[in-house]
Structure formats: structure tokens, C-alpha cells
Design a protein around this ligand. Structure first.
Ligand code: SF4
Length: 430
């Protein structure tokens, strides 16, 4: 029985209890949200060391970290370091997007090392095995999906919403198709003059997912890759199809979330989140950014955090991190750190605005610690304690820092002022 099926029966599975406890939410709330499909708890029965997370609008906003090997550029050791960093910095999920080396072995090691839910994009492995798009067969796609499910992958990106009829809509776009999986499926359909095999075989994929309790992350193969393409006919035609697939997944007893854009101007973010919520029947929305400008090369983690905060405030439940290397190169460990923290800031800012448990209180505590010059407390409350400590560079007993110095420290002056006023009042009262 999948998490969705057991939630519909009102059974409190251990995964639901743990995921709710993790963020001090009521297990009953998560049970109801999961049953309704507004939340998912990706938890493959074969992922033994998993600490499950609740992804849905009623819970804290979650963040995902992409990692993965690449031929000649990054091996398993480097990617396991990224995984370790992601866990230490409080990421909620990772996606193994490996394309280099022994993929089944790499996947196995990543799953074994990850207490976070692990996601994959099976078409990448199919492409590698087939030696290119033309070599991909329908059977190969099912085989790869089944292998990932058996290995313990908790959620998979499946680009099933991009259909043959959508391809003419891409003509005239500024940046065409920017999703790797989407581009592969488009080329496959054009080469074979046939319908998307993920769509054609959706029922068979549902069966595999149901058996191992894998969650769908329905890929947005036609997501806009530039502001100029945001909100175009291609993006919304695919979204309609994703809404249909949400219903089919749920009918098959399989949990489902939907992936979203991409690049879009700030003023379109709210509308997009509301539209996605409606068209996709309230399924949790997993956004890749969104990037709100096309010119932030080298700083796209900040770009994504701006879009991500707004998206989460308006309904997105899950943010895929973006690193400063986006559009430029393969991220290294420091890029991963910066991407994670930027996403955490976005998710936390949205959690405050949405009144999620403990979010605003953490900020209040930080402010109290600042006013008390309690530096150790400040470091521990910071999203990146190591950097906060490193940047402070001073004596933690001092009641000021290097930014303004003792003579110009306004908080120090304000505290003295408070003491003086209090002493005057006491004297006057006496
Ligand atoms: S010196 Fe300036 S930045 Fe540092 S604690 Fe005082 S007011 Fe804050």
C-alpha cells in the first residue's frame, strides 16, 4: 500500500508520523493533506535509512539539492561530499542527476548515504545506455524506471506532459526547449513520428511506482528558459496535460507533485502559482527557481532566491536550488553551499510570511540575541553558522562588532539609553 492509499484509509503510517514530527506539525493534518493529494511524503519502501519529509502547502517550504557525477568532471567522492554538505545545511531532498561512471553503483551509494528523499531523472540514464535519443526504446524507459524504483529512489522526474501536438508551439521561442529531459523527448517524438513514450506508457509507470511507492515529479519539459518565453502557449499547454496526469496518478494510488518554471518576470510569479494550483488540482508545486531575470550569470542563486521566495509565498511547496554556476558550469562544493543557503533563505522567508510553525520565532530569537550581543546564540540561529562565525572575526565577549565599532555601535548606544531612562524613572519614582 502506498502512502497515498494508506492515508486515504486513515492509517497513520510511520513515515507520516515522522515527517509531521520533524516540523512539529500534527500528524492528522499531514494524513488529511496526503489523502487529498495536497501533500506528498516521498518514501520508497526500499529506501531503508530515509527520514521522510512532508512536501505540501500546509507545511514548511522544502528545498532540493541537485548533484551527480559527470564524465571527467566529477566523480562519486566529490558528489558524496556535496550530499554530506546538503544534509549538514538542512536540505530536505537531493536529486541524483549523474551522467558519468557506473550509474547503478553511484545511485546505490547515494541512496545508502542519504537520509533525505532521493530523486532521479530516468531519461538521463536511458540516453546514456542507448547512446543517444534515437536508441531509446519504450521498453528501455520502463526498465530504467523499474531499476531506479527497486534501488530505492523516492521520486522521479517523468516528462510525460510534453506531447507531439505541443511541438509546433515551441517555434518562435527565444530559447526553445531548455529542459534536458524535455528536449530529449521532443527529439524522440520528431525522430520516430510517435507520441511521447512516457505519456503512452503512463499506466505501466504508475504500476511500477505503486509497487515501490515512488512519487511522481511530473517534469515541465516546456518550461520557459527565458523571460521572453514565460507564460507562452507551449508552457500552459503542457501544464494542462500535467493536470490530467495528476488525476491519473492519484487514481492509480500514486503520490504526485508537479514541476514548474523556469524563467519568469516577478510580476508573473503569483499568477503562475495560482494557475498551477488550479490546473493541477492542488498537487504540490516544485519550482526550478524561478529566475526573475536573465542577466544574473554568476549570481543566479540570488536570482532564484528572489523568485523562489515569491513562488513559495504564493503556493509553491518545494524549491530546487540554483547555484552561482547556473548556465555556466558544473557547481563545486562552495557553489553548492551558496545555492543551498540562498534557497534556505527563500524558503524561510516564505515560511515567515505564511506563518509556518517556528519560522518567525527563530527570527525573533535572533533579534533578541543581537540586542543582547549573544554572539554564540546568533551563530547557532544563522542559516549558515560557519560563515556567520567566520565573518564575525572578533571577540565574542565584546558588546559590538567590527561593522560600526564601539563608538558607533547603535545597539550599544540604545541599550545605554534604555538604562539611563530606566534609572531616571526609578529616581523620579523614589
Ligand atoms: S557594531 Fe553595528 S553591526 Fe555591530 S552589533 Fe553594533 S550596531 Fe550591530
Amino acid at each position: 500500500m502506498t502512502q497515498l492509499e494508506s492515508a486515504r484509509k486513515g492509517v497513520l503510517a510511520p513515515e507520516i508520523v515522522k515527517a509531521a514530527a520533524r516540523e512539529k506539525a500534527e500528524a492528522g493534518l499531514l494524513l488529511r493533506e496526503t489523502a487529498a493529494g495536497r501533500a506528498v511524503v516521498p518514501a520508497n519502501v526500499n529506501h531503508k535509512n530515509l527520514f521522510p519529509a512532508a512536501i505540501g502547502g500546509a507545511f514548511t517550504c522544502k528545498i532540493n539539492v541537485n548533484l551527480g557525477t559527470s564524465d571527467g568532471r566529477s566523480g562519486l567522492k566529490e558528489e558524496l561530499h556535496k550530499l554530506d554538505l546538503a544534509a549538514r545545511l538542512g536540505a530536505d531532498a537531493v536529486m541524483d542527476l549523474s551522467t558519468g561512471g557506473d550509474l547503478p553503483k553511484i545511485r546505490k551509494e547515494i541512496i545508502a548515504a542519504s537520509p533525505m528523499p532521493v530523486g532521479t531523472v530516468p531519461v538521463y540514464e536511458a540516453l546514456k545506455r542507448a547512446g543517444g535519443v534515437r536508441g531509446i526504446s519504450r521498453q528501455l524507459l520502463l526498465e530504467v524506471i523499474e531499476e531506479h524504483a527497486e534501488a530505492g529512489v523516492d521520486f522521479m522526474t517523468i516528462h510525460a506532459g510534453l506531447l507531439k501536438e505541443h511541438l509546433p508551439l515551441v517555434k518562435g521561442r527565444t530559447t526553445g526547449i531548455v529542459s534536458r529531459g524535455g528536449a530529449a523527448m521532443a527529439r524522440w517524438m520528431a525522430a520516430n513520428d510517435a507520441e511521447n513514450p512516457f505519456y503512452d506508457q503512463f499506466d505501466a509507470i504508475c504500476e511500477i511506482f505503486r509497487k515501490h511507492d515512488v512519487t511522481f515529479s511530473l517534469g515541465d519539459g516546456l518550461r520557459p528558459g527565458s523571460l521572453a518565453d514565460a507564460g507562452d502557449a507551449a508552457q500552459f499547454a503542457e501544464l494542462e496535460k500535467l493536470g490530467e496526469l495528476v488525476k491519473r496518478s492519484r487514481a492509480a494510488g500514486v503520490q504526485v507533485m508537479v514541476e514548474g518554471p523556469g524563467h519568469m518576470p516577478l510580476d508573473q510569479v503569483e499568477l503562475n502559482m495560482k494557475k498551477a494550483g488550479k490546473v493541477c488540482h492542488g498537487a504540490p508545486f516544485y519550482v526550478l527557481g524561478p529566475l526573475v531575470t536573465d542577466v544574473a550569470a554568476g549570481y543566479d542563486h540570488i536570482n532564484a532566491a528572489i523568485g523562489g521566495a515569491l513562488a513559495a509565498w504564493h503556493g509553491a511547496s518545494f524549491l530546487c536550488y540554483v547555484t552561482p554556476k547556473e548556465h555556466l558550469g558544473l557547481p563545486e562544493l562552495e557553489d553548492v553551499r551558496q545555492g543551498i543557503i540562498a534557497s534556505k533563505i527563500a524558503a524561510h522567508a516564505a515560511d515567515i510570511a505564511r506563518g509556518r510553525h517556528g519560522a518567525a520565532e527563530r527570527d525573533r530569537e535572533m533579534s533578541r540575541a543581537r540586542y543582547a550581543f549573544d554572539w554564540e546564540r546568533q551563530f547557532s540561529l544563522a542559516l549558515d553558522p560557519d560563515r556567520a562565525r567566520r565573518y564575525h572575526q572578533g571577540d565574542v565577549r565584546k558588546k559590538y562588532c567590527g561593522m560600526c565599532g564601539p563608538k558607533f555601535c547603535s545597539m550599544r548606544a540604545s541599550r545605554k539609553l534604555g538604562k539611563t531612562v530606566k534609572a531616571r524613572h526609578t529616581k523620579a519614582a523614589a
